[in-house]
Design a protein around this ligand. Structure first.
Ligand SMILES: *Cc1c(COP(=O)(O)O)cnc(C)c1O
Length: 410
């Protein structure tokens, strides 16, 4: 199926799947409902044949985006959601039941961590482990364990789980392995190469890349045999067993729960996705240059970036990410510097949350996304008051270095 390279495939995927009126770019389909000329065809689509009925379950615009991400991930099929969190919620809440056990990396997105709290209240036990060490994942195994969850590069600490080791073990144990590929994006690595069963991407970050639309995606890699998984409803035990998981996520998560991606956002995300490799290469290059510069600066006490040889998983990152090290870094300024005064001196970097934008964004972590946690838990996680998270964009490298330089040495 994949006859071209990554970018060629994405750029030509709309055209190759049949265009309307010869339009080279996919048109936007805002229609809520889809009509049929033949009543039998209408019934067939309701009974499982592929097609469109009501936009809560998708439109030609979301389908085109789903196809693009499926190709990026080398998977078999994808389902889009209104946000990355909606994609994660649909995955956990439709595939896990009361009494089940989930093992997750402890280095995960804060809102995913909070979502696990809700999951626990509904009777799914969640154990958090240091997944940079596969032995800790194995040690958490119980007979009720059904699923293992990791992210590729953790935010804000940039830890990298033993993705290959965990994938091999999940395959051997018959466990569903869910990988959140948001921080690396499918341009640096694909979930299927770590033997993931399902891959989640927040499209709001690098894939969309322009800070103008939210979206999420779940991709089925086709590696997991769902016929051995007890939580698939009878209605979805039809067709190829490698597709049952995603069918259930789509039916329960999208049709029943309703966190649908709108056509307008899907269209923006699809346009953004076309330049993923270009933007990512540039942002990763900028991030490496910035990390090296800051690492040797005497006003900076610590830099966390997988591209630095001192990073605990540097070798693993070099092995996994195709010579790139991501576009997110965290920096601890020396204690003499007032972090707020420093931030106020910046002229190019933008004081904003979010990541994966074309612009470089910076955030004081302890005072914002980790504020609710309190000082004791922050200390335990190694999050100091002078720690900054930097989501590196695609600006000219020298402008980013100069901005840090002038703000560090007033
Ligand atoms: C941002 C993020 C999400 C959530 O995505 P939204 O589209 O903002 O809901 C999930 N996982 C990771 C790793 C993220 O960085």
């Amino acid at each position: 199926m994949k006859t071209n390279g990554f970018s060629t495939t994405i750029l030509h995927s709309d055209r190759r799947s049949g265009v309307e009126h010869g339009g080279v770019h996919k048109p936007l389909h805002p229609s809520t409902e889809y009509a049929f000329a033949d009543a039998r065809e209408l019934a067939a689509v309701f009974q499982g044949k592929s097609g469109f009925t009501y936009a809560r379950q998708g439109t030609p615009t979301t389908a085109a985006l789903e196809q693009k991400v499926t190709q990026m991930e080398g998977g078999v099929s994808s389902v889009s959601f209104s946000t990355g969190m909606a994609a994660l919620t649909a995955t956990f809440f439709t595939l896990l039941k009361k009494g089940d056990h989930l093992i997750s990396s402890q280095y995960i997105f804060g809102n995913t961590n909070s979502l696990f709290g809700t999951l626990s209240e509904l009777g799914v036990d969640v154990t958090l482990v240091d997944a940079t060490d596969v032995e800790q994942v194995k040690a958490a195994r119980r007979k009720e364990t059904r699923m293992v969850f990791t992210e590729t590069i953790a935010n804000p600490g940039t830890q990298i789980a033993d993705l290959k080791g965990v994938g091999q073990w999940c395959e051997q144990e018959g466990l569903v392995y869910v990988v959140d590929n948001t921080l690396s994006s499918p341009w640096l690595c694909r979930g299927i190469d770590f033997k993931a069963s399902l891959v989640v991407n927040s499209l709001s970050k690098y894939i969309g890349g322009h800070g103008n639309a939210l979206g999420g995606m779940v991709t089925e890699t086709g590696l997991f045999d769902w016929s051995v998984y007890p939580n698939i409803a009878d209605a979805y035990r039809k067709g190829k067993p490698t597709m049952w998981g995603l069918t259930q996520i789509k039916k329960k998560g999208l049709r029943d729960m309703g966190a649908t991606l709108g056509s307008d956002a899907a269209h923006r995300l699809a346009v953004g996705a076309e330049t993923l490799s270009l933007r990512m290469d540039r942002a990763c290059g900028n991030a490496l240059a910035l990390a090296q510069y800051l690492d040797s600066h005497d006003k900076v006490s610590k830099v966390m970036y997988p591209g630095l040889p001192a990073h605990p998983q540097h070798q693993r990152a070099a092995d996994y990410f195709n010579g790139r090290f991501g576009a997110l870094l965290s920096v601890e300024l020396v204690s003499e510097i007032d972090v707020f005064d420093f931030l106020n001196r910046l002229k190019v970097l933008v004081l904003a949350t979010h990541l994966g934008d074309t612009r470089t964004l910076v955030l004081p972590v302890a005072h914002t996304i980790y504020y609710e946690m309190g000082p004791e838990k922050r200390a335990l996680m190694g999050i100091g008051d002078n720690m900054l998270r930097v989501s590196v964009g695609i600006e000219d490298t020298q402008d980013l270095l100069s901005d840090f330089d002038q703000a560090l040495l007033p």
